[in-house]
Design a protein around this ligand. Structure first.
Ligand code: HPA
Ligand code: ZN
Length: 350
C-alpha cells in the first residue's frame, strides 16, 4: 500500500470509530417538539387513516417542500402537517415512532415539548393529545428504559387569553407535565406578552422555559430570564451579540438547549462551520445538543452530534460533556441525575 492510501485508510478507520462512539454515546434530549417528529410516511398514513386531504401528492413532494428561508416559512408547513393528528392513537403512534429513534440513538432521557393549541384550535381535546403522548412515554420506560418529561408550550403568535385557557386545561393533567414553554414566531412576540401566564404557571408548580434568541434579539433572552423566570433558554445562540450576557450565562450555568441542524435549516447560521455551539461549550456555558423538529430538519440526535463533530472536531470528553450538560440541565431529581451520570461514566470507561 502506498503511504497516501495507508493514511487514507487510517483516516477512514478513525472516522468509523468516531461515528460508532457518537452513535453509542448515551444522550439526553431537552429540546424536541413532538409534532416535529412527524415523518412524511406517517403524515400520509395518518391522512389516509383519518380521511384528511393533504396538499401534496407524494412523500417526495412533501420532502421537496422542506426548503425553508426562516423560522416562519417552516412554521407554516409544520402547522399544516399537524392537521393529520386527530385521535389518541395518532399521538401515541407519533410519540412511539420518535421513541424508537431514541432507542436507536441511545437517548436515555428525553424532555419533549407539545403544542396543545395547535390541536385544541382544531377541535382536538387537550386530553386526547396528552393521553396518547403519556401512554407512549410509559411504554418506552417499560420497553427501552427511556425516562422522560413533558413540557407544554404556548404558541406566542396567539394571545394571552388563549395561553391562560390552555393553562387551565392543563391543570387536571399537572402530574404528567413538568413545565411550560414558549414557542412559534419569535419576532414580534416578546416574552413580556406572556409574563402573567408564566407567573401563574410557576405558582401552579410548573418549571418555565422559553425559546429566545433563535431569530429574535438578545433582549428576548434577558426578558425570558427576568420576566418569565425561566430555568433554561431554548436555542439562545444569539447570546453572542452581548459579551456580558455570555459571561453571565457561563457563570450561572444557565442551560441553552441548542439545535444545530435546525439552525442551519432555518438559516440562523449559513454553515455548520460557523455555528457557535462549540465556542460556547469551550467558554464553559451549559450548552446541549438537541434535534428540535427532526422530521423537518434532516436528523435526530446522533445526526446532530455527527454534524457538529464533522465541522468542529471534538474530543471524546467534549462530546460526553454535551450529555453531562444535558443531565445537569434536566428536570429530574438529583438521584435520577446521578443514575444517568453513572451510565455515561460506564460508557466512557468501557
Ligand atoms: N422555534 C420556534 N417554534 C418552534 C420551533 C422552533 O425552532 N420548532 C417548533 N416550534
Ligand atoms: Zn424548538
Amino acid at each position: 500500500m502506498t503511504e497516501i492510501l495507508q493514511e487514507k485508510s487510517v483516516c477512514l478507520q478513525d472516522k468509523e470509530t468516531s461515528v460508532n462512539f457518537i452513535q453509542q454515546l448515551p444522550k439526553v434530549e431537552l429540546h424536541l417538539h413532538i409534532e416535529g417528529t412527524l415523518e412524511p410516511e406517517m403524515m400520509f398514513a395518518l391522512a389516509e387513516r383519518n380521511g384528511v386531504t393533504l396538499p401534496y401528492n407524494s412523500e417526495e413532494e412533501v420532502r421537496a417542500a422542506y426548503q425553508f428561508s426562516n423560522l416562519q416559512s417552516f412554521l407554516d408547513i409544520y402547522y399544516q402537517g399537524a392537521n393529520v393528528l386527530l385521535h389518541e392513537q395518532d399521538f401515541y403512534d407519533l410519540t412511539w415512532a420518535y421513541l424508537e429513534r431514541c432507542h436507536q440513538d441511545n437517548v436515555i432521557h428525553t424532555e419533549i415539548f407539545f403544542d396543545p393549541q395547535t390541536h385544541t384550535e382544531r377541535g382536538v381535546p387537550f386530553e386526547v393529545v396528552i393521553n396518547g403522548i403519556v401512554r407512549a412515554l410509559d411504554d418506552a420506560k417499560d420497553k427501552f428504559g427511556i425516562s422522560s418529561g413533558i413540557i407544554m408550550c404556548f404558541l406566542r403568535h396567539l394571545d394571552e387569553a388563549s395561553a391562560f385557557e390552555t393553562l387551565d386545561q392543563a391543570l387536571p393533567f399537572k402530574h404528567h407535565i413538568v413545565g411550560v414553554g414558549l414557542d412559534s414566531s419569535e419576532l414580534g412576540h416578546p416574552p413580556e406578552k406572556f409574563r402573567r401566564v408564566f407567573e401563574k404557571a410557576r405558582q401552579e408548580g410548573f418549571i418555565a422555559v422559553a425559546h429566545a434568541g433563535e431569530e429574535g434579539p438578545v433582549s428576548n433572552i434577558y426578558d425570558s430570564l427576568e420576566l418569565l423566570k425561566v430555568s433554561r433558554i431554548d436555542h439562545g445562540v444569539r447570546c453572542v451579540d452581548d459579551e456580558e450576557l455570555v459571561t453571565s450565562l457561563a457563570q450561572s450555568r444557565m442551560p441553552l438547549t441548542v439545535c444545530p441542524l435546525s439552525n442551519i435549516k432555518l438559516k440562523v447560521f449559513d454553515k455548520m462551520a460557523q455555528h457557535n455551539i462549540v465556542d460556547l461549550l469551550r467558554k464553559g456555558l451549559c450548552v446541549t445538543i438537541n434535534s428540535d423538529d427532526p422530521a423537518y430538519f434532516g436528523g435526530y440526535m446522533t445526526d446532530n452530534f455527527l454534524a457538529v463533530d464533522h465541522c468542529h472536531h471534538l474530543s471524546r470528553e467534549e462530546l460526553a460533556q454535551f450529555t453531562l450538560n444535558a443531565i445537569e440541565a434536566s428536570f429530574i431529581s438529583e438521584e435520577q441525575k446521578q443514575q444517568l451520570v453513572d451510565r455515561l461514566d460506564a460508557y466512557m470507561a468501557g
